[in-house]
Design a protein around this ligand. Structure first.
Ligand code: BGP
Length: 479
């Protein structure tokens, strides 16, 4: 809780940044790594269809560019990059582990020692510098073989493979890592089924049926991972993770208000199960109406109810807008999760709406709904930075972050929300998930690499680097 009336943030608030192996690490084929889901997602005009599971990656031509394979090569720059985090004063760093670095095909008897060693060195360096590691177990990533052999999460065998992988991580980092996230943006599987969960649709298949069956398997996997985690180290804190951001109604027409309620439920369905431990009534009814039947085992209900999460983490970039009338409004926002353009808000160069008060709203809605600690594990502005005389003056990013941080502070000090920490997305520039490009940057540290893959990979501090350092150094009081 806030320790004095003037403090904008609690004294143990965790400040840091976030990355994910699939967009940051590279090191394709190095250190015994197996081929992963993201290694077959190309840049260019087929990207969207592949991410959505609407185009079979095996039909891509030889010349396709796969941005994840090199990314910005954290695999070979990890010491230098963590030094930047130390210099900014991070007290938490969120990163993901690449499953196929630990189990190259997902099904080996033994884990890959080189993979374990790589992440152990990272964790040790973080701990030596008082940085709390926050690990995402699965961030848009899985061994490709599990997709090819089992059709990904359609098959319960993938739950077993995931638990075997979790067991290795929990045993390796017992007593060292406290915070874990089972799946990044679990609700994203509804919008980007292949990128989110490795689902490639077959012709004529009922997509909703497949998506919700896959969702069930991930929810069971998450609950069983939570159980396993507690058995291995009872101090582990396990979190769910949502792509959050409230849908607003387009107008005060009750039909629009109801439409917004239903759109928000598509996100909360996942956290409702993970936090409350059972399928909400609205979801059961909707599935019945739409003819969706989830295959469950008799023990599933108990697995969900006995293994709920400790905290709720989420990404927040923007709020969303929806209307019950398809002829209303214009769409915007890159369309990963479709939204209408809100005339009250500014937009980024990529059409994402900028809404700091929407972050305060999201914090309040989640805290009211669950009364559990929250963690903002992604937030930031994707922008095209320009290097001029060796400098990057990213005032637009500072402005975005400052407003969002003030909104966080308000949610804590004025509304009583329990927020554990904040990790800004892509703290070192990395590949954008939606575009596969480098041009859309989020970092405090610039990386010299362009969309075509050219560049020295040299790192350069931006103006926001020094600004964030001061924010952290004053525990947010400089805001
Ligand atoms: C989230 C993902 C991240 C990240 C971020 C920004 O959905 O969890 O992996 O990429 O969005 O999106 P983008 O890179 O498309 O700008």
């Amino acid at each position: 809780m806030v320790n004095s009336i003037e403090q904008k943030f609690p004294k143990d608030f965790l400040w840091g940044g976030a990355t994910a192996a699939n967009q940051y690490e590279g090191g394709f084929g190095q250190g015994g790594k197996g081929k992963a889901l993201v290694d077959v997602i190309p840049s260019g005009n087929k990207r969207r269809d592949v991410m959505r599971g609407m185009f079979d990656y095996k039909e891509l031509n030889e010349e396709s560019i796969y941005p994840a394979r090199e990314a910005v090569d954290f695999y070979n720059h990890w010491e230098e990059d963590i030094d930047y985090m130390i210099e900014m004063g991070f007290s938490v760093y969120r990163f993901s582990i690449s499953w196929s670095r630990i189990f190259p095909t997902g099904e080996e008897c033994e884990s890959n020692k080189e993979g374990i060693d790589f992440y152990s060195k990272i964790v040790d360096k973080l701990l030596a510098n008082n940085i709390e590691p926050l690990i995402t177990i699965c961030h848009f990533d899985m061994p490709l073989q599990l997709i090819e052999k089992y059709g990904s999460w359609r098959d319960r065998k993938v739950i077993d493979a995931y638990l075997k992988y979790c067991k290795v991580l929990f045993e390796t980092f017992k007593g060292k890592v406290k915070y874990w996230i089972t799946f990044n943006e679990i609700n994203m599987l509804l919008h980007m089924p292949f990128m989110g969960a490795g689902i490639l649709f077959e012709d004529g298949e009922d997509k909703e049926q497949v998506k919700y069956q896959v969702a069930h398997h991930e929810l069971i996997a998450s609950a069983l991972a939570t159980k396993l985690a507690k058995e291995i180290d009872s101090t582990f804190q396990i979190g769910c993770m949502l792509a959050a951001g409230q849908f607003y109604p387009y107008s005060c027409d009750p039909k629009d208000v109801f439409d917004a309620l239903e759109k928000n439920r598509e996100t909360f369905f996942f956290s409702d199960v993970q936090v409350r431990g059972h399928y909400p009534e609205y979801a059961k009814q909707k599935m019945k109406t739409n003819g969706i039947e989830i295959k469950m085992l008799p023990e599933d209900e108990m697995i969900l109810s006995e293994n709920t999460v400790d905290f709720i983490s989420f990404s927040y970039y923007a709020s969303r807008l929806t209307s019950s009338d398809p002829s209303k409004g214009e769409s915007t926002g890159g369309n990963v999760i479709p939204t209408l353009r809100n005339p009250h808000l500014e937009i980024s160069d990529w059409g994402w709406q900028i809404d700091p008060l929407g972050l305060r709203l999201t914090l309040n809605v989640l805290f009211e709904r669950y009364e559990k600690p929250l963690f903002i594990v992604e937030n930031g502005l994707g922008a095209a930075d320009e290097v001029k005389d060796g400098k990057i003056n990213d005032d637009y990013r500072i402005d975005y972050l400052r407003k969002h941080m003030k909104a966080m502070s308000d949610a804590m000090t004025k509304d009583g929300v329990n927020l554990l920490g904040y990790t800004s997305w892509g703290c070192i520039d990395l590949v954008s998930a939606s575009t596969g490009e480098m041009a859309k940057r989020y970092g405090f540290v610039y990386v010299d690499k362009d969309n075509e893959g050219n560049g020295t990979l040299k790192r350069l501090r931006k103006k926001s680097f020094y600004w964030y350092k001061e924010v952290i150094g004053t525990n947010g009081n400089s805001l």
